[in-house]
Design a binder for this molecule. Structure first.
Ligand SMILES: NC(=O)c1ccc[n+]([C@@H]2O[C@H](COP(=O)([O-])OP(=O)(O)OC[C@H]3O[C@@H](n4cnc5c(N)ncnc54)[C@H](OP(=O)(O)O)[C@@H]3O)[C@@H](O)[C@H]2O)c1
Length: 290
């Protein structure tokens, strides 16, 4: 029924694309920012708006031209901020300032689960805490979504981990809490539709937990062929080469985050399991169906 406008910033990324799809399915008129990938957004039924989401003036312009009063913001430490924490914080704060100036009535920020509990080496998560605080102090009507590890990491060619038939790879074999970026979008739709419940609130997005071998079993069940679970790199190299991510995994591997799939399912009853996600994703990295 609803055709309210929602603007998704950074709409072509792993988070943005599936968030856009979920919001469109929930009945919103969805606009997504991109610097150039117009056809990619049109192809999924989203109205593309050319904008560099890291630039405050550009954001003010698209808030104006789209007339959207609901905005979902995603910042990106490794990509757009080029692994510079201060830069990512500036991107997040720019979006908040621009939204405030343009009278946005519901701003959702996509942060990370348990951001306060990671150690200080985990710079790409500590930045989210600073942006959350800025948002809380800003006076802008807001909600915060705090996702766990993405299932999308299992098919991530840009980070040298394409999903191939017969194998799943990841940087940890231990039991970890996951969610899909699609469920971030479904949770955002619930928040936008129920501001009386969700304004000023934070929600952990966690829909499943399991080891890498559980993930392999899930893919095996969906794909019907045997699947091997493998570490994407030896743990020693993970520690030496990927200090930020290594320290993030130490927290995930020690039982964190504190939230549970059951709690999230009180909000989104049919949140995706690993098996559900492979069905939803539907293809290997080379385009072949799973
Ligand atoms: N991976 C996980 O498990 C996980 C879990 C929880 C939270 N997170 C958080 O999710 C966030 C990453 O989101 P994501 O994976 O959706 O990001 P992403 O896929 O890397 O987003 C890439 C998009 O950012 C835009 N972009 C790239 N460089 C840019 C630049 N220099 N200037 C402006 N725009 C630029 C591009 O859009 P255009 O080219 O279309 O403009 C691109 O499509 C991170 O903050 C991470 O902390 C990740």
């Amino acid at each position: 029924m609803s055709s309210e406008k929602v603007l998704v910033l950074n709409a072509t990324g792993k988070v943005g694309k599936n968030v856009c799809i979920a919001l469109r399915e929930a009945g919103f008129d969805v606009f997504g920012t991109t610097r150039s990938q117009i056809d990619r957004l049109k192809g999924i039924g989203i109205t593309p708006v050319i904008c560099n989401y890291t630039d405050r003036q550009d954001l003010e312009r698209v808030f104006e031209i789209t007339g959207a009063r609901k905005v979902l913001s995603i910042t990106d430490y490794f990509g757009a901020a080029r692994s510079n924490g201060d830069r990512e914080i500036q991107h997040g704060n720019n979006a908040i300032d621009a939204a405030k100036k343009k009278g946005v009535d519901h701003f959702i920020f996509v942060s990370v689960v348990d951001a306060e509990y990671f150690n200080d080496h985990v710079r790409h998560i500590k930045t989210k805490l600073v942006i959350e605080d800025y948002l809380r102090q800003s006076g802008l009507p807001y909600s915060i979504l705090r996702p766990a590890a993405f299932f999308e990491n299992f098919d991530d060619p840009r980070n040298w981990n394409p999903l191939k038939k017969g194998a799943v790879k990841f940087l940890s074999e231990k039991k970890i809490k996951y969610c899909s970026t699609y469920d971030i979008g479904r949770a955002a739709a619930i928040m936008f539709k129920n501001p009386q419940i969700w304004l000023g609130k934070t929600l952990d997005v966690i829909s499943w937990e399991g080891t890498l071998s559980d993930v392999a079993k899930a893919l095996e069940k969906v794909g019907g062929v045997p699947v091997k679970a493998r570490l994407a790199m030896p743990l020693l190299l993970r520690r030496i080469l990927l200090k930020d991510l290594h320290n993030m995994f130490l927290y995930f591997e020690s039982g964190g985050p504190k939230g549970t799939p059951d709690e999230f399912k009180k909000v989104l009853a049919n949140a995706l399991s690993a098996e559900d996600w492979f069905r939803f994703h539907g293809r290997y990295s080379n385009g072949d169906p799973i």
